[in-house]
Design a protein around this ligand. Structure first.
Ligand SMILES: Cc1cc2nc3c(=O)[nH]c(=O)nc-3n(C[C@H](O)[C@H](O)[C@H](O)COP(=O)(O)OP(=O)(O)OC[C@H]3O[C@@H](n4cnc5c(N)ncnc54)[C@H](O)[C@@H]3O)c2cc1C
Length: 301
């Protein structure tokens, strides 16, 4: 009797597993906008690139889909295509590609998620509960430094590490006040402000933006003049993913000495670390130059 009971349970489980599998596979297949339709739409929207468009669009059937999806994810809680309704990943090389992706997402009723460096804490650049596409700006990672004028154009998919590298390569006397983690994307980081070691002296990364190229939800490609000052104000600190896709930023570089000094002062609580920090807070503002030129990073272990 017992053996029959176990067999019956196994059969039930097997049936349940097969039915679940059928529904998950069939829903994945039926939910997906036919690849041909989507790729054709993107190609039609950017006819000058139509021959290469299929190389920019990845569906769940593409062998590299998972690799590209996972490539820049920092929060591993969301590191799975299983829980969401991702339909396509588009990896544009130009603002026109971004525009085409936005227009076609509208045509097919898909939400757009924008990803530059993938460091969003909540995975908002690569997750959604409704069917969606990711515009992944990984290929838009060019940095053009004009050391004579102390400016640079940085594309949104460049990491801040790439930005620092190119600036340092072109000029020993320039830097840029952005964050400390080198793999953050310029797109999301600057959109949210961007705090870093130079912020006491030069403000946030967003404070040093002087122009930008943005693709709006209507598919317009705008620079600062085209978007107007209110829009330009909003994209510099108003948070990524809210006002359009930033394709590139024009930034003012800041003067830095060719050498900087970095040192650690390790103190445990037993060694009065709290008192030291407290004391520093009381006197730091009195030393204007030190206060502005020094950045203290507190790390607790
Ligand atoms: C390990 C780590 C270290 C960090 N260190 C710092 C630090 O030192 N200083 C600091 O200020 N912050 C820091 N942050 C926070 C970081 O600045 C934000 O998470 C930032 O949004 C990351 O940008 P991203 O492009 O890498 O991320 P993404 O995940 O690609 O994007 C973040 C958000 O911006 C949107 N977005 C991305 N690209 C664009 C675009 N081109 N146009 C419009 N919207 C866009 C996305 O849709 C998403 O909503 C850190 C985060 C992590 C995970």
């Amino acid at each position: 009797m017992e053996a029959i009971g176990v067999e019956a349970k196994m059969a039930d489980l097997l049936t349940y597993a097969i039915v679940s599998l059928f529904f998950s596979v069939s829903s994945a297949v039926f939910d997906l906008i036919p690849e041909h339709n989507f790729v054709t739409c993107v190609a039609n929207q950017s006819p000058q690139y139509s021959a290469t468009i299929s190389k920019l669009v990845y569906s769940p059937h593409s062998p590299s889909f998972s690799f590209i999806f996972q490539s820049s994810i920092q929060n591993f809680r969301f590191n799975s295509t299983k829980y969401h309704k991702l339909q396509y990943i588009i990896t544009p090389y130009s603002a026109d590609h971004v525009k085409a992706a936005i227009i076609c997402s509208k045509v097919h009723g898909l939400q757009v998620r924008i990803r530059s460096g993938g460091h969003d804490y909540e995975g908002l650049s690569y997750n959604s509960y409704v069917p969606f596409i990711i515009i992944d700006l990984v290929n838009l990672n060019n940095v053009r430094v004009d050391s004579n004028n102390g400016t640079a154009w940085v594309q949104a998919g460049a990491t801040v590490g790439e930005l620092y590298y190119h600036v340092a390569n072109q000029s020993k006397g320039h830097g840029f006040p952005a964050g400390v983690c080198p793999s953050m994307g310029a797109g999301g980081h600057i959109s949210g402000g961007g705090q870093g070691t130079l912020m006491r002296k030069f403000g946030l990364a967003a404070d040093n933006v002087v122009d930008a190229i943005v693709v709006t939800a209507d598919g317009n490609i705008l620079d600062r003049q085209g978007m107007g000052e209110d829009f330009f104000w909003a994209i510099r600190g108003g948070g990524g993913g809210n006002f359009g896709v930033v394709v590139e930023w024009k930034i003012n570089l800041v003067p830095v000495p060719p050498k900087v000094t970095v040192f650690n002062i390790p103190r445990t609580l037993e060694q009065n670390a709290t008192k030291l920090m407290h004391r520093w807070q009381q006197i730091a503002h009195k030393f204007h130059d030190i206060h502005k030129n020094h950045y203290i990073c507190r790390q607790g272990f």
